[in-house]
Design a protein around this ligand. Structure first.
Ligand SMILES: [Zn+2]
Length: 631
């Protein structure tokens, strides 16, 4: 006779599950006293001064890397002396609270994207949708604050918005402006940020800002079709901060641009070349031409694409002044020990106070400039390689010939261009190369595979939320409040959530799929959906598993026998009633997830049945609250 407190899996499986949770719970976020990064499993050790230093710093700062003959040693790599200390947000500004997105845009000297915001109705649970279109060339201001009408934001709003609070309140918070806060930041930046020294403060524009109010109604608003609103939805249950955010990167090389290149070389159309662009002297009002290349005021950079800009000008600290209040640690600063751009961005994302990781737009601009850099580095390399292999230099006429005449050499040249773009992460060509790899694996591996999707129950994992801010409050909260904290934490800490998902999947694959099913190989791809929540699709090959051959009774039986022992249907308590005060086990319950008992199984089945029963309540006579027996 089994009791509900018994473990519902075999002792071998229970051991694997325990090992999984033990390793996951051993993850620890730590702070390195030298690089000031807060990250996982840093392997801290005390240095000679008693400072806890991470393994990466110890490696970077080995004597052989710092000592130079006859000269004083070089500074530590991640140090203020090497211009890699971002500093604090000064207390007088920090106490005003973080800048709202629109407050920062009003005082940013460089604007690099156009935003389109869509207000949405009940079928999207009133979850607004934001797309950032990253531009090739930034817009630079020397007079601040900007005017609301110059901000490149477009709002798509359903025509019935005026009748419904659910629609009116979306996005309001990010357009809140506090005149006092904007003024304090501008004054501070002018005094302390080298890139703001010559900025002219426009007093009239400052005074026109609301003391406390939102600017939404001053932005270009386009009315779209009515959105459905359920009159029974209580407004107080809607999380107006919950949004889906996406970005459209701007890259030199994509399929469309390759086509354009082909057309241009064939002499058919003239395309705009950003490297040689002569930009109009006057900025276009945002409402008229929101996607047009915009005007730059600073003469020395007025037609410089961002990838170039970021090599010579302080792009990041001028676009995100709230992250660089004193301009400290800007990427383009000259430093004794140089840093690669990807390493620099990782350093920022792990910075001790989490301000870079938390910022709603920094990550998109960082990723876009990183991609563009890779493209420019690799295409230079491509041309050099090509010249080594071919005595004829790669000139425009050779390219024109290649496109015009379908000769074998021409095709080879085109293929090699596509191959090179294929090494740049995130491009379509890159995924084309990955697809070929996957196909090759599928043909070469002679064992059975399973298609597995991992998705993040990241609102619920105790193992994740113990790394998040407000953990003690999270532990003590009731279910509804705990969910609210979870949602806010995930929105503000995508770096922590992404790392934890990666670890969970890695451990699951290694310990459970490897330990139980003889995993020999796998291929997977991570995707991010709304509010940064990851999931992963992949193929997993198991040694000794039978191929799904359905052609004969015998082969079907072999297949069913092998997998059948892992599939079991059971409902431990068919007449379960949910005790008063019992929380839903599919929500986060601290500590419960690592005990695979029959009781937990029963609670999970009960919750699933209740959810299904509620969803079907108008077509079946199932009473919510009683669990129908499972087959
Ligand atoms: Zn360190």
């Amino acid at each position: 006779m089994t009791s509900l407190n018994d473990i519902a899996v075999t002792p071998e499986d229970a051991k694997l599950i325990t090992q999984f949770h033990t390793e996951l719970m051993a993850d620890k976020m730590e702070l390195c006293g030298r690089c000031q990064q807060r990250w996982f499993n840093m392997e801290l050790q005390k240095d000679d001064n008693g400072v806890e230093v991470c393994q990466a710093c110890r490696r970077r700062d080995m004597p052989s890397k710092r000592n130079q003959p006859g000269q004083p040693p070089l500074p530590y790599f991640y140090s203020a002396a090497n211009k890699l200390d971002f500093g604090e947000v000064p207390p007088q500004l920090a106490q005003l609270g973080e800048l709202t997105p629109v407050e920062e845009m009003l005082i940013a000297r460089v604007h690099v994207h156009v935003q389109v915001l869509t207000v949405r109705g009940a079928q999207y649970k009133y979850r607004g949708h934001v797309v950032h279109f990253l531009r090739d060339v930034g817009k630079v201001y020397s007079q601040l604050p900007c005017l609301a009408r110059d901000l490149e934001i477009i709002i798509l709003r359903p025509s019935n918005t005026a009748d419904h609070q659910h629609l009116q309140r979306q996005f309001r918070r990010q357009f809140v402006v506090r005149r006092k806060v904007v003024t304090a930041w501008l004054i501070f930046l002018r005094q302390h940020h080298p890139g703001y020294r010559d900025v002219e403060v426009d007093q009239a524009a400052l005074e026109a800002l609301p003391e406390y109010g939102d600017l939404m109604d001053q932005l270009p608003i386009h009315e779209v079709d009515e959105a459905p609103v359920d009159p029974n939805d209580p407004v107080e249950n809607v999380d107006f901060e919950d949004q889906e955010v996406a970005a459209v990167p701007n890259m030199v090389v994509n399929d469309r641009e390759l086509d354009l290149l082909r057309d241009q070389l064939a002499g058919e159309v003239q395309i705009h070349d950003p490297m040689e662009a002569q930009l109009p002297r006057q900025a276009q009002p945002a409402a008229e031409a929101p996607l047009a290349q915009a005007h730059l005021v600073m003469p020395e950079i007025h037609s410089t694409p961002l990838s170039e800009f970021n090599r010579s000008q302080a792009l990041l600290s001028l676009t995100f002044p709230s992250l660089y209040p004193e301009g400290k640690g800007e990427f383009v600063m000259p430093r004794q020990r140089s840093i690669d751009y990807d390493v620099y961005l990782r350093h920022a994302m792990r910075w001790r106070d989490g301000r870079f990781a938390r910022h709603p737009r920094f990550r998109f601009v960082a990723f876009n400039t990183l991609m563009r850099r890779q493209i420019s580095v690799r295409s230079t390399f491509f041309c050099k390689r090509h010249e080594q292999l071919n005595p004829e230099p790669l000139d425009i006429n050779a390219l024109k010939d290649a496109f015009r005449n379908e000769t074998p050499e021409g095709r080879r040249l085109l293929e090699s261009i596509v191959r090179w773009t294929g090494s740049i992460r995130g491009t379509r060509a890159y995924w084309g190369v990955k697809l070929q790899e996957l196909l090759a694996m599928a043909y070469a591996l002679k064992c059975s595979s399973a298609f597995i999707t991992f998705s993040a129950a990241d609102n619920h994992w105790h193992s994740l939320h113990r790394h998040m801010p407000r953990y003690q409050e999270w532990l003590a909260a009731d279910e509804l409040h705990r969910m609210r904290i979870s949602v806010a934490n995930l929105r503000d800490n995508p770096h922590i959530s992404a790392f934890h998902f990666h670890r969970r999947q890695q451990l699951f694959v290694k310990l459970l799929l490897g330990g139980k099913f003889n995993l020999v190989e796998h291929w997977d791809r991570l995707e991010w959906q709304g509010r940064g929540s990851p999931h992963s699709h992949g193929l997993y090959w198991f040694l000794g598993a039978h191929l799904p051959d359905m052609s004969s009774e015998e082969s079907r039986e072999t297949f069913a026998k092998f997998w059948g022992i892992h599939v079991h249907a059971l409902n431990p308590e068919t007449n379960r009633q949910m005790p008063v005060g019992e929380a839903n086990p599919l929500r986060a319950i601290p500590g419960l997830e690592d005990e695979p008992t029959f009781l937990l199984l029963s609670m999970v089945i009960y919750s699933l049945i209740t959810i299904v029963a509620q969803a079907n309540s108008n077509i079946t006579d199932t009473q919510p609250g009683t669990a129908p027996p499972l087959q």
